[in-house]
Design a protein around this ligand. Sequence first.
Ligand code: SF4
Ligand code: SF4
Length: 351
Amino acid sequence: MDKNWSEKNKEIQKLLSKEATFGEAIRKLIEFREELFQQISWIVEGYPDKAFYQLPFAGAKGYHSKTLAYSIWHIFRIEDIVAHEMIAEDEQILFREKFLKKTGSPIITTGNELEGEDIAEFSKKLKVQELYRYAKAVKDSSDKILLQLQYRDLKRKFNEDTKQKLIESKCVSEDENAFWLIDYWCGKDIKGLIQMPFSRHWIMHIEAMQRIKNRLCKLARKGLDPVAICGLSCNHCFLGEWCGGCRTEYNTCSFAVYSEDRICPNVKCCNEKNIDGCYECDNIENCEKGFYVSSNDGANAAKAQSLYIRKYGKKEFLKVQTRLHEKYEFEKVQEIIGQDYKEALRILEEN
Ligand code: SF4
Ligand code: SF4
């Protein structure tokens, strides 16, 4: 488990155990959930729809053997059921806000009963943006429930009536891979539910989602030119695990994600000019497009790198990048070559 997340989770669980620190525990838990949810937001924002139904670890044992869409559905179905059928005892968000229709989901269950290709087929049917809205609505609703809890509520247990209600809701499949969840949840008090569906369960699945998207990016980049169209090196970029590069559909560079049709201005311009990259353009020194806009801290470094590629070729460029990154961290390299592109070109030539 991610060390930082594990530490935060441990601290929250410790604070939760004492009445004097209960309020702080809930505040920190909500902050932590926000931090974790940000990972989901970035994934939904950055990747194409096809990324959400791929099974890059098909057949593996563990949470990473699922898809991105399934992981989101599963985390928030479980939380929706637990938060509303068990803790708040009101209507689930899935039904109250008509997310079953909106998401296009063919099931109302947690998805534990699905395996292998069935997970991919199920994921293909989900509308990713609506799925994200559902996840956000569940999170916000659960945060409100958490804020209303008192310390004394933590010991509240669940009886046979709750168990029957869960069975009758049909939100947990009768399949042996799923049905155990009802006994598992009903065996816990509210504190136990906060410890699993509301926090630890998130960490485990979000970590698995990171593994899935890292793998998808790696597969997308395999065999492709690692030199970005604006002259950056994908092999040395800090976004390496998040991005497939601008020559793939897995381009999560902010200059692409926040541009019209998710096409980066540098990529668009090079496509229109029918050139491989900005390093083949005569206007590079004066260009203000995309990554080269003067307000971008990295513009000078990228221009210098493109000029270097133009002069010495991509192979030499990648070698000089490797030498620089052996000496310095990514940020330091950007700082060193980020001041003035002519000076940066000189530095690259010296290394
Ligand atoms: S700014 Fe554009 S060209 Fe440069 S890495 Fe990002 S997407 Fe690729
Ligand atoms: S005009 Fe700018 S964005 Fe277009 S190819 Fe030339 S350097 Fe690249």
